[in-house]
Design a protein around this ligand. Structure first.
Ligand code: SF4
Ligand code: SF4
Length: 334
């Protein structure tokens, strides 16, 4: 039986998206890392541990996702993972481009890492490498095979854009063959490089609606859990901002802590770390935007991507609302 549900921002969990460095060996066309805003430093292990501890003491155990840049470039990632486990984090995930530096798969075990999450942006070498760089497809696929062979659970992230949406339908058999257990479909965001280049990588509402849910169902039928962002809401659908109702933290190595990923290109973080302690940032910051209620849904989306909205013929009302980027649909076979 296929079960589909809207995951309301994981309301009952705390999620720590921890960028431990911004350095990366790749130069993906859509990379959202913005060193001017996020810093260029690599956090020492002592700082990673101190910042992890700041969130470990919350009432319900948090989930931590280690990111970069490429987190496996950090020589002490394995120690950070072990420390997170010792602190009682509910789950530990590593988001990686598949290069798996510092022999990470041999330094940690499947009992310490809940998921290695690989990024692949095409079903074929040609499409993926055009987006992520020459050789990245082979390396990622080899990394997945190695992780699966060593007993790790793996997930795969596919960032949908106009450059690869045509290959999404080829993904279900590939996911099955690779032994992937969770599939995340992401929407390209106008952040980082994509915002600067203003390259038209976005897909239309029509394309999104006609392709994404169908492919997600096909993948779920193979026994793989699929998550994808809702993106578009009908005008009568309820709208909620994750900044108000969820407990997500996006931490960068310069100490900035955001509650909303769309805000990450701007110095409007709501919190910051100083001397291993977390402080609220000065106003005005992103949290002031979360309170605003507009008919088109997400305020940040309207500010940075107004082209995503279309109005009705009379041009007095929007045709639809843009959902919070953290609102997801999840499908799995129960
Ligand atoms: S692998 Fe990730 S961090 Fe590295 S360039 Fe690509 S998108 Fe950016
Ligand atoms: S994406 Fe929009 S709705 Fe979601 S947290 Fe950010 S501002 Fe709020």
């Amino acid at each position: 039986m296929k079960i589909k549900k809207t995951v309301s921002f994981s309301k009952n969990s705390t999620n720590i998206f921890f960028h431990i460095l911004t350095r990366c060996n790749l130069k993906c066309r859509h990379c959202y890392i913005n060193p001017e805003q996020h810093g260029k430093n690599t956090l020492p292990l002592s700082t990673i541990v101190a910042w992890l501890r700041a969130f470990a003491e919350k009432s319900s155990p948090a989930n931590v996702i280690f990111l970069g840049g490429e987190p496996t470039l950090h020589p002490e990632l394995s120690s950070a993972i072990k420390q997170a486990k010792l602190m009682g984090y509910a789950s530990v995930t590593i988001d990686t481009n598949g290069y798996l530096f510092h022999d990470i798969l041999s330094k940690v075990g499947p009992d310490e890492v809940d998921y290695f999450s690989f990024s692949l942006d095409g079903a074929t070498r040609q499409t993926n490498d055009r987006i992520r760089g020459e050789g990245s497809y082979s390396q990622c696929v080899a990394g997945i095979r190695d992780a699966v062979a060593k007993g790790f659970a793996t997930s795969l992230i596919y960032t949908v854009s106009s450059a690869n949406i045509h290959e999404l339908r080829q993904m279900p058999p590939l996911l099955k063959e690779l032994g992937i257990s969770r599939f995340f479909i992401q929407v390209i965001g106008i952040r980082g490089k994509s915002a600067k280049a203003r390259e038209n990588l976005q897909v239309s509402r029509q394309e999104w609606i006609s392709i994404i849910p169908q492919v997600a169902e096909e993948v779920a039928e193979l026994g793989i859990t699929v998550t994808y962002p809702k993106v578009f809401l009908d005008l009568e659908d309820p709208f909620e901002c994750a900044g108000l109702v969820a407990d997500n933290y996006f931490i960068f190595p310069n100490g900035r802590v955001y509650r909303c990923p769309l805000c990450e290109d701007f110095p409007i973080h709501s919190l910051y770390f100083e001397n291993a302690r977390l402080f609220p940032a000065e106003k005005i910051n992103e949290s002031d935007l979360f309170e605003l209620s507009i008919p088109e849904g997400c305020v940040m989306n309207k500010l940075i991507q107004p082209e995503n909205l279309t109005c009705k013929a009379d041009c007095t009302t929007a045709e639809y609302k843009i959902a919070c980027c953290m609102l997801k649909e999840e499908i799995f076979c129960g």
